[in-house]
Design a protein around this ligand. Structure first.
Ligand code: THR
Ligand code: THR
Lengths: 159, 159
């Protein structure tokens, strides 16, 4: 395929929130993000993998790091209406993205991104994709290493 | 916020694959998508929520529906190298996306999308976001209902 990776982007002012075992039925996602929207919380990434038992699943989302205390307050209120086991938060994360055009399939570009991070011992905490982007969450301390390794892997180093 | 939703998009020729409880350590994602890339499988969405126990997590991805038999063969090979509990597949899904500009926060647009689907009894199986898009996987039979309801919810019905 003629996929061309044009750049690597990153943000490092976000925090990750994971809601463990929310009920997997209509209305639950709305009950989580409605109050966050009402509170003016800046939500960037939302990632939900499919449930396997048809009963519950996890939702991970990212917000502005400075909004974490406020988001935790909102989550206390959400917990009265939406059943979930617990909310885990992590402020020491970075979002790193590979931006490409002509990615008819993400498999090849994803494999190179994931292999590059693996070679450098960087664990991939979450993954989200769009037509032109593959984004991952990693531990913030690995940001520079990830960026350098990805630039090299995709031939983006300035000559 | 001045978010403007400019359109609703959908695809209905995909199938969903969920790998349950893959080990959450470096190299695992690469070991899954490398072989899929080698087999020329068309991978669209990749969604991985963060692990809560630090040991394992689930990965959901979508592929062309016609490629499901081939992907299952590849997964058999992957299972010899990558530990996961099982691979669940579902060919009766649709991907529906809300496309917006100026979405500084996804919370408001997401809430309206999720509430609209919930009001119509449509369960959200997976969620993925990018700067300009919120995508969900739903049961394929609800595609037209979802599209009509979302057009109305965002004021996109032709007058
Ligand atoms: C988990 C959550 O996405 C739920 N399935 C809903 O539709 O709201
Ligand atoms: C689960 C998978 O993403 C793993 N954390 C990896 O880094 O490859």
């Amino acid at each position: 395929e003629q996929a061309v990776v044009s750049g690597i982007a990153f943000t490092r002012n976000e925090a990750k929130v994971t809601l463990q075992r929310v009920a997997d039925r209509p209305g639950v996602a709305a009950a989580v993000f409605g109050p966050l929207a009402d509170a003016g919380i800046n939500v960037d990434m939302i990632v939900q993998s499919a449930s396997l038992d048809g009963k519950s699943t996890d939702i991970t989302f990212t917000i502005g790091r400075a909004e974490l205390p406020r988001a935790l307050e909102v989550l206390k209120a959400i917990k009265r209406k939406v059943k979930f086991d617990r909310a885990a938060t992590d402020a020491e994360i970075s979002k790193v993205s590979v931006i490409g055009t002509g990615m008819r399939s993400h498999a090849g570009v994803a494999r190179r991104m994931f292999e590059t991070l693996a070679k450098n011992g960087i664990n991939i905490q979450a993954i989200s994709t769009s037509e032109i982007k593959i984004s991952v969450l990693i531990e913030e301390k690995f940001t520079e290493l990830a960026l350098r390794a990805l630039h090299t892997a995709y031939g983006l180093d300035s000559a």
